[in-house]
Structures are given as structure tokens and as C-alpha cells.
Ligand binder design. Sequence first.
Ligand code: ADP
Ligand code: MG
Length: 312
Amino acid sequence: MRIVVAVGGNSLIRAGQRGTMAEQWKNVLSTAVAISDLVRAGHRILVTHGNGPQVGNLLLMAENAKDFLPELRLDYWGANTQGGIGYLLQSSVTNELHRRDIDGRVITLATMVAVNLEDPAFSNPTKPVGPFFSEEDAQRYARDRDWCVAEDSGRGWRRRVPSPRPVDIVEIGAIRDLLERGYVVVGVGGGGIPVVRRADGTYHGIEAVIDKDLASALAARLLDAEMMALSTDVSHAVLHYGRTEQRDIGQVTAAEMARYLSEGHFPPGSMGPKVEAALEFLKNGGKRVVITDPAHLAAAVDDPRVGTSITP
Ligand code: ADP
Ligand code: MG
């Protein structure tokens, strides 16, 4: 099968961790083991990943170096995380395959994802990125850097950027060719580097972020993948999240999942985009979506009784 495995940025730098090298190498290992299991079973794998904590750290570094270094842009920092996280995944999957004597090649691809400037997200930037500021600093950056800023749930002021929907993946042909040749491809990192296509056919980066779950669903559709596996830090999507009546969702249809979504079980910014991405992929010909953690990932691809398994 062709499978898109979407790895959560939060499973690489976990809540409460500082993101040291030791922590990141350790965190990526369980994902590398799962991917190697899938390669051994003969599947063709595109690994996508989030980059929330990682790009946040780069923006914090940039802020602290602003007296010495030029100001760079969010599309560039996003591209940096594709390289850094790509390296962690590429290296650990390569080593895990080698350890098991499995013949396999792994490659990371800087990936641009086209968005539409007419997307309503551009007139209403909603996605907080980077460090917290005092109100005074935030208002100054709003003037000097033309930023959109807003107060973030009582914690301080932050920059906000648009989160437009992904419409095309510029390198999708290259990804398809590499999968066909047997490469494990790490791509579409952080939802892709957001670009717009001009009338003359050229692409230009813009300051926005694309949801990695939606970009992964687009990749899965464009590749005619059979499955999408959303790897996160919980073994199941659940009903009544965080309440005493919480219960795991096992095997479920897209229609049931759509009802749970409309009933408010999956908040925006965490489980919501995963479920939306799953429904979108299944509506467009996908056969099955699993939502689970790295420890259950390979088993969940084999067996619909493991993790949350959604079918059309
Ligand atoms: P990722 O980096 O994998 O995209 P997210 O933080 O965006 O991770 O989403 C996963 C998180 O969603 C879980 O850690 C959990 O805290 C939260 N969550 C919210 N609602 C639910 C739900 N209904 N079922 C399971 N997890 C949920
Ligand atoms: Mg997420």
C-alpha cells in the first residue's frame, strides 16, 4: 500500500521538554521503529510531520539575535524545520532499517505547498506563532514589521499569521517518482513551505502556516494513497476528551466521525484538524485512516482493532 504517515510535531518535542538533542533523538526512535515495520511489510511510505514547537524555537532564537542578525521570514524558518526534523527522521529510519538488515533508502525533500491568496484566512490571521511579547513590543512590531498581533489567552501578546488551505503540492511528482523507486520520503514538513503561484508560473514564499494534517490529506489524495496514518501522542481519538465519561473511539465510519466532530468532541488546533483531514481524504477515495501513537502505528495499519480506525 501507499501510506502517508503524518507525525505530530509534539511527539518530537513533548510537552514540558526543552527540546534538547538527546530528547529529540530519543523521541524520534519510536516513530523510526514504526516506519521500519511498515517498510518491512512492503508499504511505500511518505512521512509528513508537524513543526509547531520547532519553528517556535527558531522564532525565539531570531528574536534574541535581532541586534546582530537580519530579520528573516517565516517561510524560510519553516523550510529550516523541514531540514532539521527531516534529518532526525531520515537518520533514525536509515539506522533502524540498517539494524534490521532491511534494504531501504530514505530521503528528505524540501516541499512547497501552494495556497490561494483569495483564501479568507488572509483577511483574518488566526494562528499564533513564536514568542510572547509585552503589549508595547507587540504593538511596535505591528507598526514596524507590519505584523498582525493579538493577546493569547492571558499569557501575553503574540504574532498571528494566516492559516490558508493547501491547494497544491509543487514537488508531488518528485515524491511520486521517489516512492515508486522504493524510497521512504520525508516531505511536506510543517504542512509545507507556503507559496503562491503567480500568473507567470513562478512560486513565491509567503508568511503563513499550513495545517500539517490538511496538507498530509492533500498529499495522500494526490498520490492516490490507500491509507493515511495520523501519528500523535495518544493511542486513540476519544469521546468526551478529558472528562470522566471519556471513551476510546475504535472502528468508526466517516459519517459517525463527522457527527462527533459537529458535536464538538474534537477541538480546533489539536484533534479537530486530524478528523477534518481524515474525512477529506476518505471523501476523495481514501480507504482507511488510523489515528494512534507511534507504539501502535504499525499494528494499527495491519489491524483495524488497534487505535482509531476510520473507513468511508
Ligand atoms: P500533533 O502534534 O500530533 O498534531 P496535537 O496536539 O495537535 O498533536 O493533537 C493531539 C492532542 O489532541 C492530544 O495530545 C490530546 O491532548 C488532544 N485532544 C483533544 N481532543 C481529543 C480527543 N477527542 N481525542 C484525543 N485527543 C484529543
Ligand atoms: Mg496538531
